[in-house]
Design a protein around this ligand. Structure first.
Ligand SMILES: [Zn+2]
Ligand SMILES: [Zn+2]
Length: 233
């Protein structure tokens, strides 16, 4: 038997009180905050143990919300973005109120519908120093921001960079009605010639700057088509 400390024993699973949901090590959970006005904490369960009186405790690794990080929420942070921290705790299993899924950034951008339980994480976060890993990500648009999966972006047919409508002086509605798009630099350079072919809305990017290929999802009359794409970044 795997005994960690005298009188304690490891458990394979825990049933969330009042539900039929089973939590196992490796699962992500929502935990009730002391201040009930706040959103639930999100954590990954590393270990589940019971003491000699059958009180169940979980060792958790916390996910931080952008608001809880030293730098705060930035414009490129998605609504469902979390940072996997190096901050661990022991918590009573009673504070677990539900399960959730923390996707990789790539998988999150491929979801057809984002449910309440879906989150994503593209950075690890050191709670003591406020440092992120990776510390560099690919940036897009004139504003040179990392991709926020909640924001619509449009691809320039010439330079293939992605742009925020607002940074190009367009509304989202105007952008959706466009049949072709050239960014301001490319439309100044290139007025005619080339036949314009495909038109893409919304990038799906891998977060690391060193990654040279990623997938692009194009929403086409309700169905998603996935294309391979290479970036020379
Ligand atoms: Zn921009
Ligand atoms: Zn361009």
């Amino acid at each position: 038997m795997a005994k960690t400390k005298p009188g304690k024993k490891d458990l394979d699973s825990y049933s969330i009180k009042g539900t039929n949901k089973i939590v196992r090590p490796g699962d992500c959970v929502l935990m009730r905050p002391a201040d009930t006005d706040k959103p639930p904490y999100v954590a990954r369960v590393e270990k589940i143990e019971a003491d000699h009186r059958n009180n169940v405790k979980v060792r958790v690794r916390w996910y931080y919300r952008p608001e809880e990080s030293v730098g705060g929420r930035r414009q490129f942070h998605g609504a469902k973005e979390l940072f996997l921290s190096d901050h661990y705790d022991m918590q009573s299993a009673h504070t677990i109120e539900g399960k959730c899924i923390v996707h990789s950034f790539k998988n999150y951008t491929k979801l057809e519908n984002v449910g309440q339980e879906d989150y994503f994480s593209r950075f690890e976060y050191k709670a003591a120093t406020g440092a992120f890993t990776p510390d560099r990500v690919a940036v897009y648009c004139k504003c040179e921001m990392p991709y926020n999966p909640d924001d619509l972006m449009v691809q320039c047919e010439a330079c293939k960079d992605w742009f925020h409508p607002s940074c190009m002086g367009m509304s989202i509605d105007e952008t959706k009605k466009l049949e072709h798009f050239l960014c301001s630099d490319c439309s100044a350079n290139d007025e005619a010639k080339r036949p314009l072919n495909s038109f893409h809305v919304r990038p799906t990017a891998e977060s690391k700057v060193s990654v040279t290929s990623f997938y692009l999802v194009i929403i086409c009359s309700g169905s998603a088509i996935v294309y391979g794409l290479t970036l020379n970044d």
